[in-house]
Ligand binder design. Structure first.
Ligand code: NAD
Length: 283
């Protein structure tokens, strides 16, 4: 299988949330594929080490890597980043809007926390896509915008309403983006939604130091992402060591059928539907 044509040696990639976890694994992979890489992250302390790790994979070492301490909720900062990357590396062929945060909140929870999580997880993706896309389209080269979503934005398990809303927004935004891009005559820029499973990253380390058996390593997510992009997939739904693609597909269908079957929302977690859901998953 061949790689997505955006992955050309000498091309340039930008990865937000690139100082840790899935973003760092992507930045390292892009560098090892011959791209020059800009690693952007709000965590300035982690960026230096991340930059060194990415440079170790790059054809020309540190010359192929730049780091940028930015907050993705700040559109002006992303505009500055776009200009700085263009000055240093030229045309950008890969943008991965991946930065995210996961404070836990409720539907009736703190409004400031809702605002912040939407500013980062959703607006960060919208800003990143809108700021970088025009020049990518104009360049006329094969290119891709990859936005990191979550199963929590598709099947929406109860427990973290603002995070789920932010990731549902990332899904819908990226679907619309893909449609708009493919509707522009001659446009060579595509979009893809990366949906990691349970992955051992900074998110997970807040709770546990050792990798849980059920979790994937971030590099496995990136293996899946590169393979999916190579196949031309839009939805790149990753498994983990507990959840297979078949299980994910069934859960996604059950969630959609809450509407078509006129069940209560999130019926998968409703006691009246526990037996029916268990039977369905066995079927
Ligand atoms: N780990 C999982 O199981 C999992 C599952 C599904 C989706 N995801 C998604 O994957 C993405 C990457 O997360 P991860 O798991 O690698 O966690 P991580 O904590 O290792 O990486 C997230 C990175 O984003 C950065 N970041 C946070 N807020 C930022 C901001 N405002 N501006 C710029 N950078 C910012 C952090 O500093 C960090 O380096 C996130 O969007 C997350 O929602 C993770």
């Amino acid at each position: 299988m061949s790689d997505h044509p955006a992955f050309v040696a000498g091309g340039a990639a930008v990865v937000t949330g690139g100082a840790s976890g899935i973003g760092l694994a992507a930045a390292e992979r892009f560098a090892s594929m011959g791209l020059r890489v800009c690693v952007a992250d709000i965590n300035a302390d982690a960026l230096a080490e991340a930059g060194n790790r990415v440079a170790a994979k790059a054809a020309n070492g540190a010359a192929d890597v730049m780091t940028a301490p930015i907050d993705v909720s700040d559109r002006a900062a992303l505009e500055g980043l776009r200009d700085a990357v263009a000055d240093r590396f030229g045309d950008v062929t890969v943008v991965m809007n991946n930065a995210g945060m996961e404070p836990v909140g409720k539907a009736l929870g703190d409004a400031d926390m809702w605002q912040r999580i939407l500013d980062v997880n959703l607006w960060g993706v919208i800003h990143g896509s809108q700021v970088f896309a025009p020049a990518m389209i104009e360049a006329g080269k094969p290119a891709v915008i990859i936005n990191t979503g979550s199963k929590q934005g598709i099947t929406c398990p109860p427990g973290n309403a603002p995070y789920n809303v932010s990731k549902a927004g990332v899904k819908v935004f990226t679907e619309q983006l893909a449609h708009e891009l493919r509707s522009i005559e001659g446009c060579q820029v595509g979009a893809a939604l990366l949906v990691p499973g349970f992955t051992f990253t900074g998110f997970t380390r807040v709770h546990v130091q050792e990798k849980p058996d059920g979790a994937w390593e971030p590099e496995q997510v990136i293996d899946e992402m590169v393979a999916g992009l190579g196949r031309g997939d839009f939805y790149i739904i990753c498994e983990d060591n507990e959840v297979t693609r078949d299980v994910d597909n069934k859960r996604i269908l059950w969630a959609a059928q809450d509407i078509t079957e006129n069940r209560p929302p999130l019926s998968r977690w409703h006691p009246d539907y526990a037996a029916a859901f268990a039977d369905y998953m066995k079927g």
